[in-house]
Design a protein around this ligand. Structure first.
Ligand code: AMP
Length: 417
């Protein structure tokens, strides 16, 4: 086992407390995002909006695993094999004991679990009992990549942290009440209903959190908003007075915007064509559309910073890929403005949305017909805070709001206590 401790400037997305101990009497929530070979965690004070500690267990079940635990400006890295999720979480709890913060004194009132697919069953957070576990299990066919991994995390966490309630917070919940016209595909009704094929959306916790922050920042509850969550996965939502009325991800996160490795919208007949003409199998096409397309498939790299470097070096294909990316964004914002009958606020969030001023400027420039104007100074200012980046002459407020899914999960979890 190798252990290294370093001072770190790497911040989890929730603000890190300068005093890492939770305030007297404050409640905390341990937020867990369990993946197939990883567990991300964060200890959050939901009232103060602070991350008291965070970390990541990676490469579970592989020859060499790793744990990174961050607390009080220190980062501890451990390299050792981690047999399974139970071992990984037990190690994390040991690190809390050894490195702090002491969970027995942190007033942990709940464990919040991120769950990607809640199907039609969950329109809000759910207190986890055996019945909820069964329902998440039933939803595995709709979330085959994510739900099995969440179930592993839930199982081991309920065992190791048995004295506190566990709450599932679903990525689909915010989109549960989409108008039927937005949620139902024009697919044969019987087939669609038999196989539960409809728009579920994803990134809902982020869209809900960010649109709520925008309302708070602008001091208006009645806004017509578009939120662009642009990370390696990317999605758009249309939100009217706090309620989602459309979103770009569909049955799965494949639909919609151009993403790091996903096509986003594509004619489904491309599947028939590839099967018939190229002789590809379903799994091969799945991999092609979900992992080997998008910016990666267009340019060879899924990192937007690298795409810009190539554009600056004069690579025509990189510029063309960016044009495709921007075109799709502009198309969605325009469509959602039409669906909502107007647009008050356009917000950029996640890795690309929060950091890529050049992309924001290109998108807003193309939305000039809606009266949107960027303030070049505000847009390029580097800041981790939620802020308005449109000019005073803009008819649409353009904002950058850092997303914070862990804080949103923690806040939702405490609403059930
Ligand atoms: P996320 O999935 O939200 O963590 O976002 C990850 C993506 O954000 C990366 O793949 C990068 O493409 C992008 N990203 C991060 N920093 C920047 C930056 N400074 N400029 C442009 N893109 C960035």
């Amino acid at each position: 086992m190798t252990t290294t401790a370093t001072q770190t400037s790497t911040q989890p997305s929730t603000r890190t407390a300068s005093d890492p101990a939770p305030g007297a009497g404050s409640r905390t929530v341990l937020v867990i995002n369990s993946g197939s070979s990883s567990i991300k965690y964060q200890l959050v004070d939901p009232e103060a909006g602070l991350a008291l500690a965070s970390g990541l267990v990676e490469r579970i079940g592989e020859e060499e695993g790793a744990i990174i635990h961050r607390h009080g400006g220190q980062e501890l890295r451990i390299q050792a094999p981690i047999a399974d999720h139970g071992t990984g979480l037990a190690e994390v709890l040991r690190l809390f004991d050894e490195q702090g913060p002491d969970l027995s004194r942190a007033n942990v009132v709940a464990v919040g679990h991120r769950v990607v697919q809640g199907g039609r069953f969950f329109s809000g957070p759910a207190l986890i009992d055996d019945e909820v576990v069964d329902t998440i299990t039933e939803l595995v066919p709709l979330g085959p990549l994510h739900n099995p991994a969440h179930l592993k995390g839930i199982e081991v966490a309920r065992e190791l942290l048995a004295s506190v309630p566990h709450v599932a917070v679903f990525d689909t919940a915010f989109f549960q009440d989409l108008p039927e016209a937005a949620a139902r595909y024009a697919l044969n009704r019987e087939v669609a209903d038999t196989y539960s094929i409809r728009r579920y959306g994803a990134h809902g916790t982020s869209h809900q959190y960010v649109s709520g922050e925008v309302s708070a920042l602008l001091g208006r509850q009645d806004l017509k908003q578009v939120v662009l969550h642009l990370g390696n996965g990317a999605s758009a939502s249309a939100v009217v007075a706090g309620r989602a009325v459309d979103t770009s991800m569909g049955l799965t996160p494949l639909e919609g915007l151009v993403m790091g490795g996903r096509t986003g919208d594509i004619d489904p007949a491309a599947v028939f064509h590839l099967a018939r003409v190229a002789g590809m199998g379903i799994d091969e096409i799945d991999h092609l559309f979900n992992r080997a397309s998008g910016m990666k498939g267009l340019t060879g790299d899924n990192d937007m910073r690298e795409v810009w470097r190539r554009i600056d070096a004069g690579q025509a294909q990189a510029r063309e890929a960016m044009d495709i990316y921007v075109h799709r964004l502009v198309k969605y914002v325009g469509a959602y403005a039409a669906v909502m009958g107007g647009l008050d606020a356009l917000t950029f969030t996640a890795g690309i949305g929060e950091n890529d001023a050049r992309l924001r400027a290109e998108v807003v420039e193309r939305l000039g017909f809606l009266g949107a104007r960027i303030d070049p100074g505000a847009n390029t200012e580097r800041s981790g805070r939620a802020r308005v980046v449109s000019g005073s002459d803009s008819a649409v407020a353009v904002l950058v709001v850092p997303t914070n899914e862990e804080l949103a999960i923690a806040r939702q979890a405490v609403t059930l206590l």
